[in-house]
Design a binder for this molecule. Structure first.
Ligand SMILES: *Cc1c(COP(=O)(O)O)cnc(C)c1O
Length: 355
């Protein structure tokens, strides 16, 4: 604390990201990173952009990320004016709070959801109400019918992994024609249905996606928003009042190349999904209740063992999982899907700990 701090800094409770352990070979199942390296085309594209001597780095990148946005627009059957690119979807979401969610009425999001949402609300002075998930940790869209300043949901939800069918997202959009509805699709590629195709029908829909999870590019920081050109313009106005060049040259080249390798993408998602299904069965066999997951992680509680104690015991074996000390979920662990050998190491360690 310091007398030089602004009033707002005094009042902030920042988001705490999952630990990035400084160990040679941790089994890192705590931040939902993809266990597989990105497409080889991504690595080639970064090398090409860098060239022999890195001369391209002298120059600022394209401030509009035009080539990347065109590629991603084409990938989703959108027009380039319907695509916004940001430095990770966290930045895209931050801009959305300022550009689209700050109105007279409070916004609404689930009580158990991505814990960055309340942090952005606080940073930007956006009032919010949380809406309890039902007892199965499912979202009931009928709970989002009251007028609000906006609705924000991840689909699949985090940290539960549960997905809503597209028909329910459409019910939500129909019930909220006068408020922005933001669907955060960070995990959509692991088993949920994207709302991207509803964009032409619903001018209040903003879909947010990232290259961090299914495209293995968490280290590059590239995320997107898709929506009506007027919503995209709002985000662009905030971006151009904040940082004109949020996406560096290597990030733009890497993300663009990733969309050119559909075979890699489908194969790596399929591997994660198959490991997830195997891990769910193994966790259930050792006494865990597991929430049905459409994501690259599972959310599980043991009937007889305290979650924080389990997480600590795993950590002594250099296996990292995420435990949230929050109401309703402090007996759950969120476990990212690793490679088959990382999942096996987790199951073996749990076998010892639970014995
Ligand atoms: C990981 C995650 C993000 C952030 O992704 P970045 O693009 O890496 O900033 C956004 N929303 C949810 C729900 C996430 O889990």
């Amino acid at each position: 604390m310091s007398r030089f701090w602004s009033d707002i800094v005094h009042r902030l409770t920042p988001y705490v990201p999952g630990e990035q352990p400084a160990l040679a070979h941790p089994v890192k199942l705590n931040t939902n990173e993809n266990p597989y390296p990105p497409s080889p085309r991504v690595v080639e594209a970064i090398r090409r952009e860098l060239g022999e001597d890195g001369a391209s780095l002298r120059k600022y990148p394209d401030p509009t990320a035009r080539a990347l946005r065109e590629t991603v627009a084409k990938h989703h059957g959108l027009r380039v004016e319907q695509v916004f690119a940001g430095n990770g979807s966290d930045e895209v979401l931050a801009h959305a709070f300022q550009a689209l969610l700050k109105h007279d009425k409070p916004i609404r999001f689930p009580d158990i959801t991505y814990s960055f949402y309340p942090v952005y609300a606080q940073l930007y002075g956006v009032e919010y109400e949380t809406v309890p998930l039902n007892s199965d940790f499912a979202i009931d869209v009928d709970d989002y019918r009251a007028p609000s300043g906006g609705v924000l949901l991840p689909n699949p939800n985090a940290p539960t992994g549960r997905a809503l069918p597209l028909s329910e997202i459409e019910v939500l959009l129909k019930a909220n024609p006068d408020a922005p509805v933001i669907i955060d699709e960070a995990y959509v590629d692991f088993g949920a249905e994207s709302a991207v195709n509803l964009i032409d029908t619903y001018p209040n829909l903003l879909v947010v996606q990232t290259t961090s999870k299914a495209r293995s590019l968490a280290g590059m920081r590239v995320g997107f928003a898709f929506g009506d050109p007027a919503l995209i313009e709002a985000l662009t106005r905030v971006k151009d009042s904040f940082n004109s060049y949020p996406l560096d040259r290597l990030a733009q080249a890497a993300a663009l190349a990733s969309y050119g390798d559909q075979a890699w993408f489908e194969d790596s998602c399929a591997k994660v999904v198959s490991s997830r299904e195997k891990l769910i069965a193994q966790l259930q066999a050792s006494g865990f209740d597991v929430v049905p997951s459409a994501a690259n992680f599972v959310f599980a509680r043991h009937s007889a063992h305290d979650a924080a104690t389990l997480a600590a015991a795993l950590k002594t074996r250099e296996i990292f999982v995420r435990h949230f000390k929050l109401p309703r979920i402090d007996q759950h662990l969120r476990i990212s899907i690793g490679t088959p050998s990382e999942c096996d190491a987790l199951v073996a360690a749990l076998g010892e700990i639970l014995a």
